[in-house]
Design a protein around this ligand. Structure first.
Ligand SMILES: [Ca+2]
Ligand SMILES: [Ca+2]
Length: 510
């Protein structure tokens, strides 16, 4: 018989596997308490990864009358456990694990002291997340002594209660202790240390589940919101964003990004009209989970497109120094490729740099497509691109008028070139002060009038950009007005074909 018992114990140890040593999850010391103590009775010690409430005293428990020192409790206990439950004549506290951890409740210790007419019986119950209470101790004579030094109950083994062995942050356990059977005082009483009442057990790092990635939302030209579901055991999440589905490279700043304990994150500073991929992992003190499924998306195409134009307004150019006297503002227009009107689609202003002769025009409403462009402004002659350019939203197209005269649109049979050579650069004619696409007497008169009063400032009549209107400006205009230089464009070409206008009268630049 004895031998058989030993065998059973041996098998039991094998079956239960590794025995973790128990630690104090929460403990209370009654030392120093007076007048039955304050409710709630704050835990004196608790594990860093366990959340525990103070012990609450039911409102019907009396704390009047003289109290013994170093004791927390009261008088007025119910005659039966049923009465105690219905009136609230009990004490209770809650305990759970903190985020990222689980706890197993193994042992409940209690050191008590009661009056000779104090309650002998005890019911102990637990509830998980407010579910119905389940009794784990019922004993009509648990508190069987009223010794003045107090007495310990036999430690209560909780390890067989499955519901209390894997308590996560989401499993708030309420434990209530219900002394009953007599109304005299009953208290948690000072013995030694911090475990006059205590819960022992173990704390483990929670096992992590993999978050489920969800479709991106709030997709814009430059970003999106990545979404996923929460994963159990997680104390945070890590996000990867890549331009490729294999994540062989990562978008700057989005490799293993610690986004915290959230289930969505706004990713920004991306390129428009581009494909991106993202995935997340859950993390806690134990490490991280595997990656979620990959989500893909394409950022919106840019609503803006850019044309970088290089051109030189003849009058501003000092070809010996190779720069413009001033950096000034002109316009660039996108025009339809089809006649007869070659209608304007959108015009943007552009500032031409005095040394690079370039500026970037931004177009927000024109759709991607092929367009003619033309530049004009101040006294610069309207000058068209020789051929259409391929304009794209989200992109930049370059066009340089300065390299050869054939970069500007030329009407066959015109007796002069569409631009004028200064040094080694082809320049846009200066002198069309009234911007009627022709340099003639009206322009000359406007300059002459301003020159007469030596007008100052950045006016259209100041052809060389030196801030005054004078003889230099008159001479530049006069050179072209003598020949009545006109703008050459597909629009004019189309009008000529319809016999609305005729070729200019004289040969020029020959
Ligand atoms: Ca004119
Ligand atoms: Ca001038």
């Amino acid at each position: 018989m004895k031998r058989q018992l030993r065998l059973y114990i041996f098998i039991f140890i094998l079956a239960t596997g590794v025995c973790y040593s128990q630690i104090t999850l929460a403990g209370w010391s009654a030392a120093g308490q007076t007048n039955f103590g304050v409710s709630p009775f704050t835990a004196t010690i608790s594990d860093a990864n366990v959340s525990v409430s103070g012990i609450n005293r039911g409102a019907v428990i009396s704390t009047s009358g003289s109290a013994i020192p170093d004791a927390w409790g009261g008088a007025g206990w119910a005659s039966t456990s049923a009465n105690a439950i219905s009136t609230g004549a009990y004490i209770y506290f809650t305990i759970s694990a903190k985020l990222g951890y689980t706890s197993a409740l193994k042992t409940l210790n209690l050191y008590y002291r009661k009056a000779s007419d104090g309650p002998p019986g005890c019911l102990m119950q637990y509830s998980v997340n407010g579910s119905s209470y389940i009794t784990f101790v019922t004993n009509s004579n648990l508190f069987n002594t009223s010794a003045s030094g107090g007495s310990a109950i036999t430690a209560i083994n909780l390890s067989g209660i499955i519901a209390l062995q894997n308590v996560s942050v989401n499993d708030v356990v309420t434990i209530r202790i219900i002394p009953y059977g007599n109304a005299g005082y009953w208290c948690v009483y000072k013995s030694s240390g911090n475990t006059d009442i205590s819960i022992l057990g173990t704390v483990n790092i929670a096992s992590l589940s993999i978050p489920t990635s969800l479709t991106a939302t709030e997709v814009t030209e430059t970003g999106f919101r990545a979404n996923w579901t929460s994963a159990s055991g997680a104390t945070g999440y890590r996000l990867d964003v890549s331009r490729n589905p294999s994540f062989s490279t990562f978008e700057a700043g989005y490799y293993d990004l610690n986004v915290g304990l959230v289930t969505s994150f706004v990713v920004s500073s991306l390129n428009s009209g581009s494909s991106y991929y993202y995935r997340v992992r859950s993390v806690n003190a134990g490490g991280n989970s595997s990656n979620s499924e990959t989500q893909s998306l394409t950022t919106l195409a840019s609503s803006k497109g850019y044309v970088r134009v290089t051109f030189i307004p003849e009058g501003y150019y000092n070809y010996e120094l190779g720069n413009l006297l001033v950096s000034d503002t002109f316009t660039v227009t996108l025009a339809n490729v089809n006649g007869p009107d070659y209608a304007d689609l959108e015009t943007a202003s552009i500032k031409i740099d005095s040394s690079t002769f370039s500026g970037t025009a931004e177009f927000s409403s024109a759709q991607s497509g092929n367009y003619y462009i033309y530049v004009k402004g101040k006294s610069a002659m309207s000058t068209w691109s020789a051929t259409p350019i391929a304009f794209t939203k989200g992109g930049t197209v370059n066009y340089d008028f300065t390299t050869t005269s054939s970069k500007a649109y030329s009407i066959p049979g015109f007796p002069y070139l569409p631009m004028i050579l200064q040094g080694s650069k082809w320049c846009v004619y200066s002198g069309d002060v009234d911007q009627d696409e022709l340099i003639g007497n009206v322009d000359l008169t406007l300059i002459d009038n301003d020159a007469f009063i030596t007008k100052e400032g950045r006016t259209a009549t100041d052809l060389d950009g030196d801030g005054l209107v004078g003889n230099v400006d008159l001479t530049i205009c006069d050179n072209h007005a003598y020949w009545v230089v006109e703008s050459q464009s597909p629009r004019k070409m189309s009008a000529m074909a319809n016999k609305k206008i005729y070729l200019p009268r004289k040969s020029y630049l020959k």
